[in-house]
Design a binder for this molecule. Structure first.
Ligand code: F1P
Length: 347
């Protein structure tokens, strides 16, 4: 059954054959909850997947920052699938968190990783190799989008195995997945506009990223990318949290970047954006085709080519990556080798 779900994608080279193995099917069948452990960008892909696992596969999911996990007295739960996510497969904190989970008796482990011969893959019972190709720079970009694709497939596999996916829904999701490269290509065509926006960030020292639902972790990733490669201090918040503190930071010097897909949370997000505008904050909004948000004084809008349903986070992160990249170019920082950061954090 799993092979049937995932086979069309295998043709696109995105999935390791190991996941089709009988062992994987048995593990997924017995999975009642998922614990995701990861650091940095990989943590953000896990955080996005939590929304998918809960809403599509109806499986409870916890996402933990791997560098902290082992310092908590967490209570192990049976039937848990531990998913560790790492671009490099060598991140010491993620490896330690994985070993810690195993020492607590959670031995059903799956690595989502870009490097097949890595410590984290060796330590995991199952592996899903993302095959994004080597990341040239320190900051993860294509590793992130392929992690999301892998996690979407894992969600569909769990949903199907547990009888949560109709044949019609499965066909719909897989069509969307197959169309993803074309959709990504169209998003990349927005680059010249994003480059113009980036010019406005040259003199900025702070930025705020807002999102809601499954796009909150995308806002988090946008803020992380901007920090990592342009050294602009950036924070991200679930948009509803704005009034609980961060609104105090907003003035005309504070650019506010909003991830605004045309989903059921858009109306709520729009009222958060009005709160920002009322304090003079300049808004940069990544909306979808069809999102009714009007451009006005201090409100800049870019429309994504289409709304992409469950997989929308995969598309919405791309303009944020491009914005950070161009902001870094404008500031003259080294986008491939940011100061103080290492490609794999092995200590
Ligand atoms: C985790 C990570 C990256 C970040 C930087 C430092 O790496 O936080 O997300 O871009 O390279 O390490 P990994 O476990 O995904 O390899």
């Amino acid at each position: 059954a799993l092979a049937n779900t995932l086979e069309p994608i295998a043709g696109a080279g995105a999935i390791s054959p190991q996941i089709f193995g009988a062992e994987a099917v048995d593990v997924l069948k017995a999975t009642r909850r998922v614990l995701i452990l990861a650091c940095g960008t990989s943590y953000h892909s896990g955080f996005t997947a939590r929304y998918w696992l809960e809403s599509v596969a109806k499986i409870p999911c916890t996402v933990e920052i791997a560098s902290e996990y082992r310092y908590r007295e967490s209570v192990p739960e049976s039937d848990t699938l531990v998913v560790v996510i790492s671009q490099s497969g060598e991140t010491a904190d993620t490896l330690a968190a994985l070993k810690h989970a195993k020492s607590l008796g959670m031995t059903k482990t799956l690595a989502i990783c870009n490097v097949p011969e890595s410590a984290i893959v060796r330590e995991s019972a199952l592996r899903f190799i993302t095959r994004a190709g080597p990341e040239i720079g320190v900051a993860s970009t294509k590793a992130f989008t392929t992690q999301l694709a892998a996690l979407a497939l894992l969600t569909l596999a769990l949903a199907k195995i547990n009888g949560r996916l109709s044949a019609e829904q499965e066909a719909g999701y897989l069509t969307q997945m197959r169309h993803l490269p074309v959709a990504v290509g169209k998003v990349l065509e927005l680059e010249p506009e994003i480059e113009k926006w980036a010019q406005r960030f040259a003199g900025k020292h702070h930025a705020l990223f807002l999102g809601r639902g499954s796009h909150w972790p995308i806002a988090m990733e946008g803020a992380l990318k901007l920090k990592e490669i342009s050294y602009i201090h950036a924070e991200s918040y679930a948009a509803g949290e704005l009034k609980h503190g961060p609104l105090a930071l907003v003035d005309k010097e504070m650019p506010v970047i909003a991830v605004a897909p045309a989903d059921e949370l858009l109306e709520k997000l729009k009222s958060n954006l009005q709160e920002v505008r009322a304090r003079g904050g300049e808004l940069y909004v990544f909306a979808d085709a069809g999102s009714e948000i009007a451009e006005s004084e201090g409100v800049h809008i870019l429309h994504m080519p289409e709304h992409y349903g469950m997989l929308s986070p995969i598309l919405h992160v791309i303009p944020l990556q491009l914005l950070s990249y161009h902001a870094a170019l404008v500031k003259g920082t080294d986008v491939d080798k940011p100061r103080n950061l290492a490609k794999s954090v092995t200590v």
